[in-house]
Design a protein around this ligand. Structure first.
Ligand SMILES: Cc1cc2nc3c(=O)[nH]c(=O)nc-3n(C[C@H](O)[C@H](O)[C@H](O)COP(=O)(O)OP(=O)(O)OC[C@H]3O[C@@H](n4cnc5c(N)ncnc54)[C@H](O)[C@@H]3O)c2cc1C
Length: 282
């Protein structure tokens, strides 16, 4: 799965299926459920680490074929496979503000709605109106409201029920296009300045512990630049574990455990991974 994840690491899946439409997604899931095949849904693979032994089962990748847009007044509906940057560009073209915070997050709409992705004081919880969710067996599509999504920090109700985001309706506000554009440019410049965007990673590796920042705790523990195998702690932003030189998932997991141990010894804080770690060790 190294070709399909932003970490560029990890083993093979038995099957990788990329449905071309919502109907194909539904029939794929029905067949997989009928044959009792373990199934993982993925979007753009920017918050995922697949272990080196790969995934025994089917990975269903929701890509741009399921990434349509529709707008009605201040509502932007986006298919789950649309990239956030394209959804932000669509909102800009319609003069709709509120999506700017997400324009630099490299994931898909589905992954972001599932993860409650957020940045720079914005999060999906603040803009999601309704979500169309397909059941994991492909049989039904239901609508979940923002309240039904039970959002918390990098957490949603879908994490417990296996539901698959098909599309989301975002409640935005009419805003001057120049103001939207300049906010997006400002945030993008901040990212370029602070984040190691030239290296494979899955973004901030750890969740933000209450009242603190993972990057600061890692830096305070003297770990900036530390490495195991091909995996390293970014020298630009200590919250990012990066694939510096053909890292295996084992290198990345080894580094994760080392960081957790050292940060705990140094500050008494247990860092929890934000990224989703899936599959089998080799
Ligand atoms: C350089 C970089 C910067 C980043 N910056 C940020 C940031 O500022 N803020 C932030 O929150 N995140 C950030 N991330 C992490 C990541 O981009 C987000 O979490 C994003 O929302 C993940 O979307 P994805 O489509 O890549 O999901 P994936 O990585 O493919 O999947 C993530 C999880 O979502 C589930 N999922 C994916 N699609 C669906 C769907 N349609 N229905 C149900 N479940 C689904 C998967 O099963 C998996 O559990 C960053 C990552 C990188 C590499």
């Amino acid at each position: 799965m190294r070709e399909h994840t932003s970490f560029q690491a990890g083993g093979r899946a038995d099957l990788l299926i990329i449905p071309g439409s919502v109907e194909e997604l539904s029939s794929t899931l029905k067949i997989l459920a009928f044959h009792d095949v373990d199934t993982l849904i993925m979007g753009n693979g920017t918050n995922l680490l697949i272990l080196d032994g790969g995934y025994r089962g089917a990975i269903v990748k929701i890509g741009r074929d399921l990434g349509h847009f529709e707008t009605k007044e201040n509502i932007l509906v986006a298919g789950a496979g649309a990239l956030l940057k394209d959804a932000a560009a669509e909102a800009l073209s319609r003069g709709l503000g509120g999506f700017e915070f997400a324009s630099g997050i490299p994931g898909s709409v589905g992954g972001a709605v599932f993860m409650n992705a957020g940045a720079y004081d914005g999060e999906m919880k603040g803009i999601v109106g309704f979500v169309q969710v397909m059941s994991s067996d492909g049989e039904r599509i239901t609508e979940m409201s923002n309240t039904d999504m039970d959002y918390g920090y990098r957490k949603s109700a879908l994490m417990g029920n296996g539901g698959i985001v098909v599309s989301a309706a975002f409640s935005l506000v009419t805003k001057d296009r120049e103001a939207i554009r300049s906010r997006m440019e400002e945030l993008s410049a901040k990212r370029r300045e602070k984040q190691p965007l030239d290296m494979p990673s899955a973004g901030s590796f750890f969740k933000r512990p209450p009242g603190n920042y993972a990057g600061k705790l890692i830096e305070d523990a003297g770990l900036k630049g530390a490495s195991i195998g091909g995996a390293a702690i970014s020298t630009k932003h200590a919250g990012f574990l990066v694939n510096e030189n053909n890292a295996t998932a084992k290198d990345i997991i080894g580094l994760m455990r080392f960081v957790q141990e050292q940060v705990f010894l140094n500050s008494g804080v247990h860092l929890e991974p934000e990224i989703r770690i899936i599959g089998e060790e080799s």
